[in-house]
Design a protein around this ligand. Structure first.
Ligand SMILES: Cc1cc2nc3c(=O)[nH]c(=O)nc-3n(C[C@H](O)[C@H](O)[C@H](O)COP(=O)(O)OP(=O)(O)OC[C@H]3O[C@@H](n4cnc5c(N)ncnc54)[C@H](O)[C@@H]3O)c2cc1C
Length: 409
């Protein structure tokens, strides 16, 4: 019987891992199935552009995986049962099914986090998924020309969303609400650049402002202020699906899967995780942030570990680093802010049109990589170290392979 590898999620991490497993493992020994809820690859990095009204083409997963030998299952994952090694899925028609696995890669990504703030779920919009970004776009389309938009959260997504909407829809009055100082995660120069960009785009910045509840046409702040808003966009962080926690996997308080250095679950050795779903410690001893770069590094490490263990070869080591932030400020401006080993911003940054061009190049490159997951597929692929041996290797305790990294508190 072939070794069954099931990949949950065809985002940046899942697509990469599935494609690269298909490149390396013999199809005579291993079958790879990818499960994804929607039929297209979601370019999440550009969802703020979608919300602002730009047309971003989507690529069908069926086309991406055509000819690769990877089986695509378009269904929503509803549960994982690690004891029986099955995944429960629900198809678009509502039909339920179970998929068995020998090795599982969990890469279901994340969604907007409402932080349990009253009214967010009912009244706020977000750009964390394509349907919600399209819902926001529809709302913006329906606003008066001088309508008001309030973007809550000055993380990278909030900054990108506020600037994109302000640039694409100059009549609207856009406000960016920051809990602390705007751009606190940036160097002084980059912060100044960001402020100038907000001024140029007519964005009102409210700093040291904490939103306590959201209503249909206003938000209420901790200091008692009420801010009028025709469309409130909530960008205060991402949360993960509770499926991993419900399955009994070892997870953090916020549900991310705890893994060893090879991205293998600490509690369930034949389950790996990558992307936003994983709680991975970088080489600097700090947790890696949810980001596209993290999806790439953790995905690559998980893939190398799976190949190594299944073929009985040495597990390749992947650097687990977070190089920096590439922030778009509309289509013509941007900020590239590299960070040091401790994750702190380096004093220098790049701002302006060149930064925007580099960001556009990064987006193109990541889309290309994900839409050609088996590029340069080798003609000779590796056999598994015999099905029995592979399962035994797979079940070996992680500690023999790689020590658990400890996070810096
Ligand atoms: C607007 C926006 C801008 C961003 N900009 C940047 C940026 O500039 N740089 C950066 O590094 N990061 C950025 N990010 C973050 C980045 O998009 C994520 O970190 C990245 O997408 C994580 O990749 P992933 O593969 O873990 O998850 P995802 O890309 O979210 O993929 C998860 C996949 O799983 C599928 N899925 C989810 N639940 C289920 C289920 N129950 N059943 C079946 N399928 C399911 C989804 O449909 C999706 O295809 C941005 C995010 C947003 C929203």
């Amino acid at each position: 019987m072939k070794h069954r590898i099931v990949v949950l999620g065809a985002g940046y991490a899942g697509t990469y891992v599935a494609g690269n497993l298909a490149r390396r493992l013999s199809p005579a020994d291993a079958e790879i199935t990818v499960v994804n809820a929607v039929p297209y690859f979601v370019e999440r990095l550009r969802l703020h552009q979608v919300a602002a009204g730009q047309e971003i083409e989507t690529q069908k997963l069926a086309d991406i995986f055509a000819g690769t030998g990877i089986q695509l299952c378009l269904a929503r994952v509803t549960a994982v049962d690690p004891e029986r090694q099955v995944v429960a899925v629900a198809g678009a028609d509502g039909g339920a099914e179970e998929l068995g696995y020998d090795t599982l890669l969990y890469a279901l990504g994340s969604h907007g986090d409402d932080r349990s703030i009253p009214g967010v779920a009912e009244h706020a919009f977000d750009v964390a998924a394509r349907p919600s970004a399209l819902r926001l776009r529809e709302r913006l389309d329906g606003l008066r020309e001088d309508g008001s938009v309030l973007v809550v959260g000055d993380g990278l997504t909030g900054i990108e969303t506020a600037t994109e909407i302000a640039e694409s829809r100059p009549g609207l009055s856009v406000t960016l609400v920051a809990r602390g100082e705007l751009g606190a995660q940036l160097s002084t120069g980059a912060r100044d650049h960001l402020r100038l960009a907000c001024d140029r785009l007519g964005i009102t910045v409210l700093e040291h402002t904490s939103v306590e509840s959201v209503e249909a046409t206003r938000v209420l702040c901790a200091d008692g202020t009420a801010l009028a808003s025709d469309a409130t966009v909530w960008t205060a962080g991402f949360a993960v699906n509770p499926i991993a926690a419900a399955a009994g996997l070892e997870v953090t308080d916020n549900g991310r899967i705890v893994v060893d250095r090879t991205m293998r679950s600490l509690s369930h050795p034949n389950i790996y995780a990558a992307g936003d779903s994983v709680y991975a410690i970088g080489d600097n001893g700090r947790p890696l942030p949810m980001s596209c770069a993290t999806a790439g590094y953790t995905g690559m490490q998980a893939m190398k570990a799976i190949v190594g263990r299944l073929t009985g070869s040495k597990i390749g080591h992947v650097k687990l680093d977070y190089p920096g932030n590439h922030i778009s400020l509309g289509r013509q401006d941007g900020i590239l802010q590299m960070v040091d080993h401790e994750g702190q911003p380096k004093p220098k940054h790049m701002g302006g049109r060149n930064a925007a061009r580099i960001k556009a190049g990064i987006l193109k490159m990541s889309l290309w990589t994900n839409s050609h997951p088996t590029f340069c597929m080798p003609k000779r692929k590796r056999h598994l170290a015999t099905t029995q041996a592979a399962s035994a290797t797979n079940a070996a305790p992680y500690a023999q392979d790689a020590p658990v990294n400890k996070a810096v508190a």
